[in-house]
Design a protein around this ligand. Sequence first.
Ligand code: KPL
Length: 340
Amino acid sequence: MIFRSPIHVLGVGSLGKLFAHSLRKCYPALPITLLFHRPSLLEEWKQAGQAIEVVRDGKSEKLDGFEYEGINDGKGEIRNLICATKTYGTVPAMEPLKHRLGPSSSILFLQNGIGTIDEVNSQIFKQASLRPHYFAGIVNHGVYQTAPFTCVHASVVDVTIGPILDKGINNQPASPLIESILGCSILAGSLVTSEGLFYIQMKKLVINAIINPLSAIFDVQNGQVFDSPTISALIKPLAAEISAVIQAIIQYKGLTPTADVATLFTVEGLEAVVRQIGVKVAKNSSSMRQDMRNGRRTEIDYINAYIVTQGRSLGIDCPLNSKLVGLVRDKRLLAESEAV
Ligand code: KPL
């Protein structure tokens, strides 16, 4: 039997639950600890019978045997951490765990948007030599939550994982965390280089930067972003700003994309990708629209605001992206004041 190193899961939203459940199913003896960052989670966990339920193809499967602790309560080193919190919740959730994480730890970030790792570095692990090894995963599985510890694995797809280029080191040492995830057939993981990961992250960023704010501001399903002449007229000018920023980042990082990758990041390439994905997710409500409708904070700061900030530091103006950031923030403020 292969010895597998214990895994902690921070953030038990739909992705955290899917990963914990899949790993438990693939490795029944693997110690998996759920880290609760809200006191109410403990109560919900008890009500759920201390088990995670996943519904797939209409069949429900409840798995138990997880360990759990509040983020302020645990002790001991954390070797392997899956971080599936919302982008803006990452630093506050990780702060109480920082003394348990170090250079022999690996963290896999599973998040929409980009920029969290810069915040973790500047606010938590300031000294580069003491940082854990960072990986990020782009999850293509479709999963949504129906109760605090129940989720539906609606589309079984895959996850792409790659090391984050940090400390100037490109080749991370093999990580037991990543090996366990790659060996778990349900998650269907594949490993790419940090450069490959960066391109995939940028592609996802473009999709989220166009579909999410437009669907949230106009309060429409994803498909309407492409079907409505008024909304779809904004796709090309947005793609133009984002293409300029991504190309500048590629140049700044000294990357050498293949011809196919370079074509993907042209205005026409980005427009085509967004439209292609738009057809697949036409019937969905974007995560930003759902956040807005449920009065939750959106991830705009890690999507369009990230593009605006990166653009600014590279001398590229992004007025349309800036406008969308302002509109999403204003709409949320309005919803908050109406709720008072
Ligand atoms: O990732 C998404 C999101 O909503 O965050 C898309 C692809 C837009 C699907 O809804």
